[in-house]
Design a protein around this ligand. Structure first.
Ligand code: SF4
Length: 353
């Protein structure tokens, strides 16, 4: 966005977005992640978690313009799944997921070279919160992608092929998924990209069912066991529900663990009057609270994703008004070679689940 432009009043921004959206009509689809703030979500044609938005992106075949409000890996994913004739835009290219940046493609390639020396079958699985080159790496190596909603099914699929999982970049999702399948920490191996397999006993590597990567989401690892204990003490009968990117110690003390959509559905279907403390991103928790006035809902702790918050409504306005004038601002591009391989990995996931 042009830094020289003066800020516009919120009500004017919202009015002008509405007008630009009306002018663009069926030529435009806006996709927004659940963690976006309300001034973005109100204009979205679809709001969802990563899996739902990936599916929506792959279904949008007619609108020439897709505007994706989320972090950069999500906009890249829409670019990968949409047709080449469509244009995808990300109103804030600087909104990046720090977790996604915790595994570089060279690091993954180096780890893979070492893992292939172990005499066992291993398949790479990358969390959807990853950059396109890592999805492409999985596509090239018989691997796939998973989301927090389907990680268990994807791990089971890999085991059904007689293989172990090489999972990156989120250690906690990998560990929590492993635990849900009865795999203990002794049966996992935490891959440290700095040291690789130097000094590690070959037997330990051979026995591992899951290889994890030392990455984490700073929003979800803020929820501590002490926060859970404090909420239980303060609110009689309160239920705790957390996201699987949370620390395993926090998951172990909660009543429920699941993806964003699981959290939404579980709270919505609960009895009127029920009490919930939710351990996930704050914008999302606040929206569930507003949508369920018959329940008592609090955040387990106020933990917002500052990257998601970078997608300001004025930036959305800038992209939309540009489109009405035929100008393509903040267009998302992904190299052709990466698109093909990443699409292979994503399609494998959509076939598994
Ligand atoms: S909430 Fe965590 S995983 Fe999601 S975009 Fe923000 S930093 Fe990344």
């Amino acid at each position: 966005m042009d830094a020289e432009k003066p800020p516009i009043k919120r009500k004017d921004i919202l009015k002008r977005i509405e007008q630009a959206k009306n002018r663009l009509g069926k030529d435009l689809i806006i996709l927004a992640h659940f963690y976006q703030h309300d001034d973005i979500v109100r204009f979205a044609d679809f709001v969802g978690d990563s899996l739902q938005l990936a599916e929506q992106a792959s279904k949008q075949r007619t609108a020439p313009y897709i505007v994706f409000c989320g972090v950069s890996f999500m906009a890249e994913m829409a670019r990968i799944l949409c047709s080449p004739e469509q244009e995808v835009f990300h109103p804030e290219p600087l909104a990046r997921c720090p977790l996604a940046d915790m595994t570089g493609s060279e690091q993954a390639e180096a780890a893979w070279t070492e893992l292939k020396k172990i005499n066992k079958r291993i398949l790479p699985v990358v969390y959807v919160n990853s950059n396109a080159n890592l999805k492409a790496f999985c596509g090239r190596n018989e691997g796939t992608v998973c989301t927090s909603a389907n990680a268990k099914q994807v791990f089971e699929y890999v085991f059904s092929k007689g293989a172990s999982v090489f999972f990156f970049p989120d250690e906690n999702l990998g560990r929590n998924t492993s635990h849900s399948l009865g795999i203990t920490d002794h049966e996992t191996f935490l891959w440290n990209p700095e040291f690789g397999a130097t000094g590690v006993s070959p037997d330990l590597l051979k026995e591992a069912k899951v290889f994890l990567w030392k990455g984490y989401c700073y929003v979800h690892t803020k929820f501590l066991p002490s926060d859970i204990k404090q909420k239980r003490k303060k609110y009689d009968g309160i239920k705790l529900i957390v996201h699987p990117e949370c620390l395993p110690e926090a998951v172990a003390l909660s009543d429920f663990v699941g993806s964003t959509i699981f959290i939404k559905n579980t709270v919505e279907k609960s009895e009127p009057g029920s009490k919930w403390a939710i351990g996930t991103e704050l914008n999302f928790v606040n929206r569930i609270k507003k949508q369920n006035p018959d329940k008592f809902i609090i955040p387990l702790k106020k933990s917002a994703c500052s990257e998601m918050e970078k997608v300001a409504s004025q930036k959305l306005l800038f992209v939309l008004e540009g489109l009405t004038e035929g100008k393509l601002y903040d267009r998302v591009t992904v190299e052709d070679g990466i698109v093909e391989d990443a699409r292979t990995a994503l399609k494998r996931m959509l076939e598994i689940v």
